[in-house]
Design a protein around this ligand. Sequence first.
Ligand SMILES: Nc1ncnc2c1ncn2[C@@H]1O[C@H](COP(=O)(O)OP(=O)(O)O)[C@@H](O)[C@H]1O
Ligand SMILES: [Mg+2]
Length: 232
Amino acid sequence: MALLEVAEIHSFYGKSHVLEGVSLEIGEGELITLLGRNGAGKTTTLRSISGIVRPKSGAIRFEGKDMIGREIYEIARAGIALVPEHRGIFGLLSVEENLRIAVRDGWWKLSDVYDLFPRLYERRRNGGNALSGGEQQMLAIARALLNNPKLLLLDEPTEGLAPVIVDEIVKVLIDIKRTGMSVLLVEQNLAVCEKLADRHYVLEQGRIAYAGSAAEFAADHSVRDRYLALNG
Ligand SMILES: Nc1ncnc2c1ncn2[C@@H]1O[C@H](COP(=O)(O)OP(=O)(O)O)[C@@H](O)[C@H]1O
Ligand SMILES: [Mg+2]
């Protein structure tokens, strides 16, 4: 049984039909990337899984349990954590306060995320609003880990970051994957996706246009030309 199974979901903003039957699966311990051009529906897919957007039809099952119609906090408690595009950190709280309010019993402790992100330890007394973009992203990921989820949803974690910081985030994601965490990564940077993913999905206009293993994707350059050319 897949850890997460998304089957034919249809999601809307008002009357605008954004997801037109999206299906995907994530197995225990897998890191999957969801690719696609701007506006394809990637963020809406993550919002639908985490309950911020409620699909009108279709099914979302997590560990075999139905998730559609549940409250956001119930979905979080079931073990799904979203790191949103705009990171959602509290600017007026210190780094450590941001982390402490996220802690939930489980495997990841404050000291573990400080080991993973030494930079956050150095900055622990700084305000959230005094961090660089890369540090904010690290803080957002650290907070999600302290929720001790089974599935981590990441929305473009490297967007707008300098290449050295992107490399740091990639290293951290490799470490997170090694712990056995399942990850659904939305990412526009193909090099990042290829370093991390077991499998890829490509969304196009609210539908899954391609699904393949890392090896199949690497060998099939036509996929890039057809669906991703604008992203380089
Ligand atoms: N809050 C919203 N209200 C109305 N339309 C939205 C909203 N958010 C996104 N959309 C539209 O839904 C489509 C998919 O958006 P999104 O899921 O953000 O795509 P992606 O993350 O792939 O760039 C786009 O056409 C976008 O304009
Ligand atoms: Mg998006």
